[in-house]
Design a protein around this ligand. Structure first.
Ligand SMILES: *[C@@H]1O[C@H](CO)[C@@H](O)[C@H](O)[C@H]1NC(C)=O
Length: 231
């Protein structure tokens, strides 16, 4: 996940603030994500927990849906492919990138984080919407918003992957400068490349590089979320 330490401390601050106001929704329910396939073809949808290389995946027919259930706290990703082979179906990352829906579910009343990430690359259009809204007494930006990318950014020549996705500049070049690692490993030293700027211009709701937090993170405490592929 691409939440910076800065953002996490901001999240901790928010939860501290929110602790002082009445809790508006049941916090007993477990987090879940309904994955809807609105593509005109079946998809293989996967989910993995951050820190685990592989997760699990399953096929969803055109027009169908499947619900992934989680135990809070949980932090990880959901993706889908039109088709895939073997172990690759259970993986999404720099070596086999896809569009990502990322979630960080917290326990109790602390608000969840979620985002669309094209930091590794992209393959299918997608959206995330909270199934219900929580109060927003401090007017947090993009609170309970629904990030959506209806059409994918254009793919720079040579960035296409074997399975038809588009690699980001990070996944393509794998250098500290494009991946915001090493001497470019902080929000002060990684401001995004010209590649990332083009992705942001074409998909403003999605993360275009690792420290793109300011315009890309959504918060909510919803009774479940819906990720739609080909919205
Ligand atoms: C990475 O660091 C170099 C050297 O400080 C800087 O010139 C460059 O703009 C940085 N890259 C990004 C993407 O911010």
């Amino acid at each position: 996940m691409y939440f910076s330490p800065l953002l996490l401390s901001c999240g901790a601050l928010l939860s501290g603030l929110v602790a002082g106001v009445p809790v508006i929704r049941s916090t007993a329910s477990k987090p879940f994500v309904v994955v809807k396939n609105s593509c005109p073809h079946s998809i293989v949808a996967g989910t993995s927990t951050n820190g685990n290389e592989y997760g699990n995946s399953l096929s969803i027919s055109a027009g169908g849906s499947h619900t992934f259930d989680y135990d809070a706290p949980w932090e990880g990703r959901i993706w889908a492919r039109k088709s895939c082979q073997g172990k690759t179906c259970d993986f999404s990352g720099m070596w086999a990138p896809t569009s990502l829906a990322e979630f960080h579910f917290f326990e109790g009343s602390q608000e969840d984080f979620y985002d669309i990430s094209f930091v590794d690359g992209w393959n299918l259009p997608l959206s995330i919407s909270p199934n219900s809204k929580s109060d927003n007494p401090y007017n947090v930006a993009r609170h309970c918003g629904a990030p959506k990318v209806s059409s994918l950014p254009s793919c720079p020549a040579g960035f296409e992957t074997d399975d038809g996705a588009c690699a980001s500049a990070c996944s393509h070049y794998r250098t500290p400068e494009y991946c915001c690692t090493g001497s470019n490993g902080s929000s002060d030293t990684c401001k995004g490349s010209s590649y990332a700027a083009k992705v942001k211009a074409q998909a403003p709701d999605a993360y275009s590089y690792a420290f793109d937090d300011e315009t890309s993170v959504y918060t909510c405490k919803a009774d479940g979320y819906t990720v739609t592929f080909c919205p």
